[in-house]
Design a protein around this ligand. Structure first.
Ligand code: MN
Ligand code: MN
Length: 466
């Protein structure tokens, strides 16, 4: 090998350069990265809604020795607990030996809701030989992407007597799927001239659910009736039970490898289960830490982190209070000493749409988990903007543990922007910074991530919980 020149040596010493995780990896490490991706894909396929993700997370937690917790239960050092919040979000924690007023709590906060189409409360009707369900979209979607793709119906219907009926149709190969009609190009000239954002309106996102008329000449709305009678047979529900239901249409597609080399994964809802899953695996891999650690899998991030199961719910503070008091510490001081990684995705640079990115400050696919000191839009509005000290702390531990990571902001200045749960946790006087996996085609029905970035996110979280 040629000896490095003085200038090359100094350049290496003084310059910052991103690293591609795959380029740095040997065959054994690539195998580790790919093996981890297989487990992640299995999680994706069983956890397509926040309720299913909550259930899957609790199953993992129980296997790792975590037990259900209710506010007020006694707590002591060594306890591993989870609080299931109304089936839609879950907070897991382990109480460590370290002093809470000095070390605080190490918190990983991600979300388990994803953009989708929810059913309206009175959804079912028929017209022109077809049965349909009315929907109201949830989160930031490009509506045209949801037509003409296979959809699955997930959720619960809760009867007036409190009995909860679980629904999941369209995932099994033998199941029927659901579908939203689009216009044929032959008649689509006017539609094609419309702006992308309005070519498909919210009220045209009606889901095909049937086409076989009920066999009785005397009744009206025969297709609707045959759908209702099938629902009654299979689930014991009536049309009125839709009034107290949470039913969502999600893409009926499983997580799949992308590319001949299988370096990438396509799936519905990487945002933000691609950070939630590593948060869980990092928690279970960090049994030997002296820190008190917590993982929050929140609901409702996609619509503003609101409501009982969102990050802004008081339940988070209640648990911090309970843990603090159990250790005989002042909760306000514990929060002051705590640190949080807001574990959420960011936009990966896409050369096909280069004009909305600023390349020097964009996340690159396969260059590792991505820390964003700030998010927001229009002059950093709506970001908590983490302190340089916190970013330096995280940098330091990643350096100590050899974690490959990168930094980025979401797009060019004034190109748009976005927010995460970071600001709501920071508002509670907890040092918080955003970190997570870069995503291509974020919020599309089928999103792309790099396996390398998923695994380095797991490694980053393990490092943080030490
Ligand atoms: Mn997100
Ligand atoms: Mn999102």
């Amino acid at each position: 090998m040629k000896e490095k020149t003085e200038g090359q040596k100094i350049q290496e010493m003084l310059s910052y350069k991103k690293k591609n995780v795959y380029e740095e990896a040997d065959a054994a490490r690539i195998k580790t990265i790919y093996d981890y991706a297989e487990e992640y894909k299995r999680f994706l396929d069983v956890a397509k809604t926040e309720r299913e993700a909550t259930e899957a997370a609790i199953a993992m937690a129980e296997r790792a020795g975590y037990r259900a917790y209710r506010i007020g239960d006694p707590l002591k050092v060594g306890d591993k607990r989870y609080l299931c919040n109304r089936g839609r979000s879950v907070i897991l924690f382990r109480i460590g030996e370290a002093s809470l007023s000095e070390q605080g709590i190490r918190i990983l906060a991600s979300h388990i809701d994803s953009p989708r189409l929810d059913l309206k409360q009175v959804p079912l009707y028929e017209e022109a030989g077809m049965g349909f369900l009315k929907t109201h979209y949830y989160g930031g979607i490009k509506k045209y992407q949801w037509t003409a793709i296979p959809l699955a119906l997930h959720g619960v219907m809760v009867k007036a007597n409190g009995e909860s009926v679980k629904v999941s149709i369209g995932e099994d190969e033998a199941d029927p799927i659901f579908y939203i009609n689009d216009l044929l190009p032959h008649l689509g000239a006017k539609q094609a001239a419309e702006p992308l954002g309005s070519a498909i309106s919210g009220e045209t996102l009606n889901v095909l659910i049937g086409g076989l008329p009920y066999a009785d000449k005397e009744v009206e709305n025969k297709i609707k009736l045959s759908v209702l009678s099938l629902l009654s047979e299979q689930y014991g529900v009536t049309e009125e039970d839709f009034l107290s239901a949470e039913l969502s249409l999600v893409p009926a597609m499983k997580a799949r490898d992308v590319g001949l080399d299988r370096a990438l994964i396509a799936a519905y809802g990487h945002d933000d289960r691609v950070c939630s899953y590593p948060a869980l695996t990092a928690l279970f891999a960090s049994e030997d830490t002296k820190q008190t650690v917590m993982v929050v899998l929140a609901d409702k991030e996609e619509i503003g982190s609101v409501g009982v199961s969102g990050m802004r719910s008081e339940i988070f503070m209640d648990i911090v209070n309970e843990i603090s008091l159990a250790k005989g510490e002042n909760p306000a001081r514990v929060r002051f000493a705590s640190k949080c990684l807001s574990a959420d995705v960011t936009a990966a640079f896409d050369p096909n749409f280069a004009d909305v990115y600023e390349k020097r400050n964009s996340a690159m696919v396969s260059c590792g988990t991505c820390m964003s000191k700030y998010t927001g839009a229009r002059g950093k509005s709506g970001t908590s903007d983490a302190t340089a000290e916190l970013v330096a702390f995280v940098r330091g531990i990643f350096k100590r543990d050899g974690v490959i990571w990168q930094t980025a902001e979401l797009g060019r200045v004034d190109a748009g922007g976005g927010g995460t749960v970071a600001q709501y946790i920071a508002n509670l006087n907890i040092d918080t910074v955003d970190i997570g996996v870069p995503v291509i085609s974020m919020h599309a029905p089928y999103e792309i991530v790099s396996k390398a970035d998923v695994y380095t996110t797991h490694e980053a979280f393990v490092s943080f919980l030490k």
